[in-house]
Design a protein around this ligand. Structure first.
Ligand code: SAM
Length: 292
């Protein structure tokens, strides 16, 4: 499967090397209806059966860094419920930064360790590199990243690797060293045209980078659409159920629905759910809103 097969709306064309499809839907694609639920995600998830979710892409509030409406963040209960509702082989992508106030809070690491303790495999620890708006410190290097913990329930059942072009390709004399004498041997071999990407993913942030949907910025902490898309592409297939239990402005939902996945989004704030509803509707996506 090639990532160019998936759909983007042309108005949210991304820089970098993803080709943009003109089509956001085809006659073969079922038009999916997203669900947005107002409520505490712990209570909402408790009402769901085990293993109902194939992929979660989410970002929690960071160390009370921002003043979210109706703030309530029982981390351990959320983690436990996420484990229960994740299908075998399902994945949770937990995008998180630390508060920096004097030193770093290291909350992100504590959360990752807790996830591991309750049964998730720490399948990968990836970096969301911010190409702009770095956080400046007078006595430390400028912070320009957040963590993306890729947690799996058992071995991930889906991995659609994103590829990038190699600088050199074609037939070449390649160095290899198979013998114990330590002397490098040369052998003709083919350098591939593309390779699997690294686990450091750079994104521009702000209007035009994060998204072009102005309405999304009524929420204080939106993550990039491209980040959501790339995880959805990597860890799920069309028809899978994607969750964002703290969905804010609805970024994960937008990219899931545009790419033929089912979607459930929860947020404790009715105001943020309304932003998400309006945003998805503006993108010509169907959503139903429920109160928990
Ligand atoms: C970092 S923001 C998510 C932003 C989102 N990724 C986006 O792109 O817009 C975290 C969200 O978690 C929500 N939240 C905090 N505690 C919650 C809880 N217990 N249940 C559901 N949502 C919660 C906040 O209202 C906030 O919108």
């Amino acid at each position: 499967m090639n990532h160019t097969e998936l759909a983007f709306p042309t108005e949210t064309a991304f820089e970098n090397n993803i080709e943009v499809s003109e089509e956001t839907s085809s006659p073969d694609v079922v038009r999916r209806i997203g669900k947005l639920i107002i409520g505490n995600c712990v209570e909402v998830m408790r009402g769901w059966p085990e293993g109902a979710i194939d992929l979660t892409v989410t970002s929690p509030p960071y160390d009370k860094l921002r003043d979210y409406n109706g703030y309530e963040f029982p981390f351990e209960e959320i983690a436990n419920e996420l484990y229960r509702v994740t299908a075998d082989g399902g994945v949770v992508v937990w995008v998180v930064g630390d508060r920096i106030n004097g030193g770093r809070s290291l909350t992100s690491f504590r959360q990752a360790i807790y996830f591991q303790e309750i049964g998730f495999a720490a399948h990968d620890v990836m970096i969301y590199q911010k190409k702009n708006t770095p956080f400046m410190r007078s006595n430390a290097y400028t912070n320009a990243y957040e963590m993306m913990f890729v947690l799996s329930k058992g071995k991930p059942k889906t991995f659609n690797a994103l590829k990038e072009p190699t600088r050199r390709h074609g037939m070449e004399l390649l160095t290899h060293n198979k013998l114990p004498d330590g002397i490098n041997k040369k052998k003709r071999g083919e350098l591939k045209k593309e390779k699997t990407r690294t686990n450091i993913w750079p994104y521009a942030v702000g209007l035009g980078g994060t998204t072009r949907d102005r309405i999304a910025f009524q929420h204080p902490a939106v993550f990039p659409e491209k980040l959501a898309y790339e995880h959805i592409y990597s860890w799920s297939n069309p028809g899978d159920m994607v969750l964002d239990p703290m969905c804010g402005s609805g970024t994960t939902g937008k990219m899931a629905l545009l790419n033929d996945r089912d979607f459930k989004g929860i947020d404790i704030s009715a105001e943020y759910i309304e932003i998400a509803r309006e945003r998805l509707t503006q993108c010509d996506l169907e959503v139903a809103v429920e109160h928990a």
